[in-house]
Design a binder for this molecule. Structure first.
Ligand code: SF4
Length: 342
């Protein structure tokens, strides 16, 4: 973990130009026959080189859509980005020419997807697919690109890489396929790596190995890492900062230790209380009541109010802004001081 994140006075004070990546007031909608789903409703995020930012939330909270918007892989239409900026090294990815953005995608900002089997092409050898990064972006010939693929497969700890470089995705285990995806993602030495639920489809031991590998690579390449997950347990040892999303907004952002020690938002508190703990054997796990909102009908005021045990009238009427609470943290709750002290 880096200490870069701790240098800011408040997460809401950051100048976007100071950051490797800064998402500003981002909105994303999906226009469907049934209506408009407001998937992202004013997201602000910053990421520094060498920093790991975990973006956390239930499914439908907007974390993967945020990642896809940063990567520029949203299907438009049905998606629309009516407002916001995605500043990479101070330049807005949303307004730069398509050709320039294509050069950045995969090379400077790359992504590891959740399901390696569907992300990899089943009819091409893995070495060919890793090598494509070098052929396409660096104009390398076939043989040199294969050599680079072997080097990367070795780097992500795939045994007998030279013998297996021409094998197909289905000939590898789930964990090994995820390593191949990671090899592709780091091939061109990216500055930002987005890992979208990279371990969800894997068993627990393999999950730990993949997280360890991502951490090692991040330190080696000094990348900014955005780790998207629904699992607070996964991020404790890995992240510097955590941004918690609910109904397309960040509802809390803070250093990982502050979030675990003392959450400032009732939703974060609920997520933490639902993590299984060894010292609570035999006890029923606390769960957040109710369901995430329908994004076509987001509740008025604070979108979390129908599920919040602290909700009162003001919460139904007024949407709480994401505001500083304490040092170097922010929360979107009218009563966050109460949550912190409670
Ligand atoms: Fe709960 Fe109200 Fe805070 Fe929303 S603003 S999280 S409803 S207390």
């Amino acid at each position: 973990m880096s200490t870069a994140a701790t240098s800011m006075a408040n997460p809401t004070d950051r100048s976007p130009e100071d950051s490797l990546l800064a998402v500003r007031d981002l909105e994303v909608e999906f226009h469907t026959r049934e209506g408009v789903a407001r998937a992202i409703n004013g997201v602000n995020l910053t990421l520094d080189a060498g920093q790991t930012l975990a973006v956390l939330g239930e499914s439908g909270s907007g974390k993967s859509v945020t990642a896809q918007a940063i990567m520029g892989i949203l299907d438009m239409p049905p998606a629309k980005i009516p407002a916001g900026q995605i500043l990479y090294q101070g330049r807005d990815l949303l307004t730069m020419p398509a050709e320039e953005r294509r050069k950045i995608r995969g090379a400077e900002i790359s992504m590891v997807f959740q399901d390696a089997l569907s992300a990899l092409n089943p009819v091409f050898p893995v070495g060919w697919q890793i090598g494509e990064m070098f052929r396409k972006h660096r104009g390398m010939n076939k043989s040199d690109a294969y050599d680079e693929a072997v080097r990367l497969m070795e780097r992500v700890n795939i045994p007998a890489a030279r013998e297996r470089v021409k094998a197909y995705p289905h000939q590898f285990s789930g964990g090994m396929r995820q390593r191949i995806m990671i090899a592709m993602a780091i091939a061109l030495d990216p500055k930002v790596l987005i890992a979208d639920e990279p371990t969800t489809a894997l068993d627990v031991t393999v999950q730990a190995q993949i997280m360890e590998l991502l951490q090692e690579l991040q330190a080696e390449y000094h990348m900014g890492l955005i780790l998207i997950t629904h699992d607070l347990g996964v991020v404790a040892d890995v992240a510097d900062r955590i941004a918690v999303m609910y109904a397309g907004r960040i509802v809390e952002e803070a250093d990982v230790h502050d979030i675990y020690a003392n959450p400032a938002h009732p939703y974060t508190k609920g997520l933490l209380e639902s993590i299984p703990r060894l010292d609570q054997k035999g006890q029923e796990l606390a769960a957040i009541g109710g369901l995430p909102p329908n994004l076509m009908r987001i509740p008025s005021g604070c979108a979390f109010h129908p599920r919040c045990v602290l909700a009162r009238e003001r919460c139904v009427e007024e949407r709480p802004p994401l505001e500083p609470v304490g040092i170097n943290r922010a929360a979107a709750c009218h009563y966050s001081e109460e949550v912190l002290n409670g």
